[in-house]
Design a binder for this molecule. Sequence first.
Ligand SMILES: [Zn+2]
Length: 203
Amino acid sequence: MAGSVIIHTIDCCLTSLLKKVTGFLKGPSGPKCPECSSVLIDEACPNLDCPIKVAEWLLRWCSSEGVDIPALGQAEAAQLAGLRLVLHPGELYELGPGDWERLEGVTSEQLEDIRRQIAGSKSANPSAVLYGLYLPKIDEFLAKRLVVAFGDIDALREAEPELLQAIDGVDEPLALEIRHWFRDSVNRKALKMLEENGFSFAG
Ligand SMILES: [Zn+2]
């Protein structure tokens, strides 16, 4: 009797182990991102390179509260991200004529506008640049307060969390998120590329 209970228990363990192994090999299941097929977590795509996120970042960057490139809209941002021509806003400034030609439905007049506005965007004020960088929970108002308090983006990127928390609207978790954002490798690449292409983050 005791023996059959033990065998039954081992059998159950093996079945549940087998299920876990199969589940692991198959990968997580559930609804997937329509763009990059990553399994959604809390209804959001966890893939940082997801073209949907990249396009969102580009639109934020190009918005009128950002560095103001109105000729580059939703359709162009989606194509730049979908074709993997751009992973962050810095790469907008290094696209060659051949890259732009790959976009569909863009007239030569519109391309000319985009190029002119991209060149002009390099003199955007620091709070517009900060808003365009799309840090977590930094809206246009908080971007302005941060630039007023720290003077420039370089000072902000070096700021200790305690100093960040002194700003109205920044609590401890957000201060840590801001610091984390500036240390992220993709974000650092974006900032470096923007600087190499004429942006100045020092006051
Ligand atoms: Zn995705």
